[in-house]
Write a protein that binds this ligand. Structure first.
Ligand code: ADP
Ligand code: MG
Length: 427
């Protein structure tokens, strides 16, 4: 019976031995406490390139590239209750390094804890994964680049449309300005003459009145006076004067608009001058000081600026237009901050107000000629289009930053070395 038992034991041992030795998986048995490899199967020998005997002389730390303490800590987490899957790098006898996935579990035999490990070579999988990630990144990069290009295209398209529009409007404006100028000249001059005439008639009538009061023929004179009353001559003279001065004002307004249109279409443009932007700013400020002073505090934050070649009068116009808009955006007790400085090879001028701000849907329109949100009589809608045109003429840029209810900042940049010649001798 004892013999029977021995045979059964032997058979069972043989079965498990075969299961271990003939297995296609790489199997290692390691002593947990010492990290010594106590057994390895044939597949392990083939995989690592060491004989089984050699492997039995080695420690797992000779194969695994992980730092020894770290690896020991990992192995310590494997116990009977808890098998684990690790990813390691194992080094073969020929020095090659392979990515492996290791299924580890623990068994205890006669008081010693052994770790059995099934080792799978996943180098190929790792390689493919890496490649895939690389390809994905490349694709993503290509996509980003495309999107970037697309954005650039869109923005240059918008710029082109804007430029085209401005050019057309510019020509139109030049024509209109020219046409209006002549009749306006004689309307204004006629009104002035009429005003003189009226005051002469008034003077004469007053003299006549005095003369009449000293004449005896009361009847005739009373008739004359009645007629004077009936025809409301006194009122006519008074109101006539007002009508004329109102008309003169209107005519002056038209003249200003025409002047703006001319600037806008660069009809009369001198050559560039070497000018100081701060001087330009100061003269613009003084021109419109009356409009600002009751509404807002003006804060100057001036930096150091070099002189630049520019059209100083045109830039003066830009500052006036921006300052007027800033002041008009403020109801009362506001602040307008003018900041200047140099960034790289550009001059930066910003004009900020804490006024009403610009509604988002208006932001794209404010440079359009005749776009205005102001009452008839207050705004012509030409200011910003002129600003745009002049800044473009200086090869500069203008940016808006605005928040409704908070205020608006216009930032102008001008290249320090602008072209010195007058480019628009064609207009
Ligand atoms: P105008 O001042 O005659 O209306 P502009 O071309 O100067 O014409 O300005 C166009 C429009 O842009 C204004 O009507 C206004 O709506 C808006 N705008 C310009 N500057 C400002 C500002 N600083 N704050 C608020 N709105 C502004
Ligand atoms: Mg304006």
């Amino acid at each position: 019976e004892r013999k029977q038992h021995e045979i059964a034991m032997h058979e069972s041992q043989e079965r498990y031995r075969a299961l271990f030795e003939k297995n296609h998986s790489v199997i290692l048995l390691t002593e947990r406490a010492t990290a010594k490899i106590v057994d390895a199967n044939n597949s392990a020998s083939l995989f690592y390139g060491y004989s089984i005997e050699q492997l039995r002389q080695m420690k797992i730390t000779d194969i695994n590239l992980m730092a020894k303490d770290q690896l020991k800590k990992k192995l310590a987490t494997v116990n009977k209750e808890r098998s684990q899957i690790f990813q390691f790098q194992h080094q073969l006898a020929n020095g090659e390094v392979r990515d492996v996935e290791v299924y580890s579990g623990a068994i205890t035999i006669t008081g010693k804890t052994l770790i059995y490990s099934l080792v799978h070579d996943i180098s190929e999988r790792k390689y493919l994964e890496k490649k895939l990630t690389e390809e994905r990144t490349e694709l993503q990069n290509a996509k980003d680049q495309l999107e970037q290009k697309n954005k650039q295209l869109k923005s240059s398209q918008t710029t082109l449309i804007q430029q085209e529009k401005m050019a057309t409007i510019g020509q139109l404006a030049a024509g209109v300005a020219h046409e209006i100028n002549n009749p306006m000249a004689y309307i204004t001059s006629n009104l002035r003459s009429l005003d003189k005439y009226l005051s002469k008639i008034d003077e004469f009538l007053t003299a006549q009145q005095t003369a009449c009061s000293e004449v005896d023929n009361k009847k005739n004179i009373t008739a004359l006076m009645t007629l004077r009353k009936k025809l409301k001559i006194d009122y006519l003279i008074e109101d006539g004067g007002e009508l004329i001065s109102e008309s003169v004002e209107g005519a002056e307004r038209v003249r200003d608009i025409v002047q703006s249109l001319k600037t806008f279409s660069r009809v009369d443009e001198p050559n560039t001058k070497l000018a100081d932007i701060h001087t330009c700013l100061e003269s613009s400020i003084s021109v419109i000081w009356n409009e600002i002073k009751y509404k807002a505090k003006l804060i100057r934050q001036f930096g150091e600026l070099p002189m630049i070649h520019c059209f100083p009068q045109q830039l003066g116009q830009v500052f006036i237009n921006l300052l007027v808009n800033a002041s008009q955006a403020i109801e009362k007790d506001g602040e307008i901050t003018v900041t200047t400085g140099c960034v790289d090879d550009t001059i930066v001028i910003s004009i900020a107000d804490n006024g009403c701000g610009i509604a988002e849907e208006h932001l794209t329109k404010i440079f359009d000629p005749f776009f205005t949100t102001k009452e008839v009589g207050e705004g012509t809608g030409l200011g910003m289009s002129i600003v745009y045109e002049i800044i473009k003429n200086h090869h500069g840029t203008i940016d808006i930053d605005s928040q409704v209810g908070r205020g608006t900042t216009f930032t102008i940049t001008l290249p320090i070395s602008a072209p010195e010649h007058n480019e628009h001798s064609d207009s």
